[in-house]
Design a protein around this ligand. Structure first.
Ligand code: AMP
Length: 156
């Protein structure tokens, strides 16, 4: 069954690829902020992670399939965020969003920091959990009082 999405290019419309912990939390947050959001996942069980209050759309399918992206009306999206657990899928979708559909803002998660340069060549912003974790841990270690606060928070 096809879902009905009626979007105009001038509205903010975010497509999230991958309804894992990160994707679902992001979708819930954007939806809570009143944004138009659609989340795609190839596993329909994954949508259980969305909150009951989630007001956006969900689409079951493989986002590396152009038909699925077209069904999601990617041509009207202002932002595409690729956060599957597969770097290759994220880079493929991000490149398609950027190069074929000329989406303004494209963000991709990647596990392998060595591949970050590939994304930047295509004007794609990246978030790398390993790099972010290192930065945060380094910040905590450089401020012993912060480490104490973090440990106290974890214990309470
Ligand atoms: P997590 O590992 O918690 O970040 O979850 C990643 C999510 O991405 C899972 O729910 C996967 O089913 C989903 N996923 C992986 N590859 C694809 C893909 N090609 N298209 C759509 N969803 C995907």
């Amino acid at each position: 069954m096809k879902i009905q999405i009626n979007k105009q290019k001038n509205e903010n419309y975010t497509i999230i690829i991958g309804c894992g912990r990160l994707g679902a939390n992001l979708a819930n947050t954007l939806s809570d902020n009143g944004e138009d959001v659609l989340i795609i996942d190839k596993n329909k069980e994954a949508f259980r992670k969305l909150s009951p209050a989630y007001g956006g759309l969900s689409l079951n399918g493989d986002a590396t399939d152009l038909d699925i992206l077209q069904e999601a009306q990617i041509n009207n999206a202002t932002t595409v965020i690729a956060v599957t657990n597969n770097d290759n899928a994220n880079i493929l979708v991000a490149q398609v969003a950027r190069e074929i559909f000329h989406i303004e803002r494209v963000i991709a998660r990647l596990y392998d920091p060595e591949r970050e340069y590939v994304y930047h060549e295509f004007g794609i912003d990246t978030i790398c959990p390993a790099v972010l974790s290192v930065k945060e841990i380094d910040k905590i270690l450089s401020r012993p009082d912060m480490l104490k606060d973090t440990l106290q928070e974890a214990q309470s």
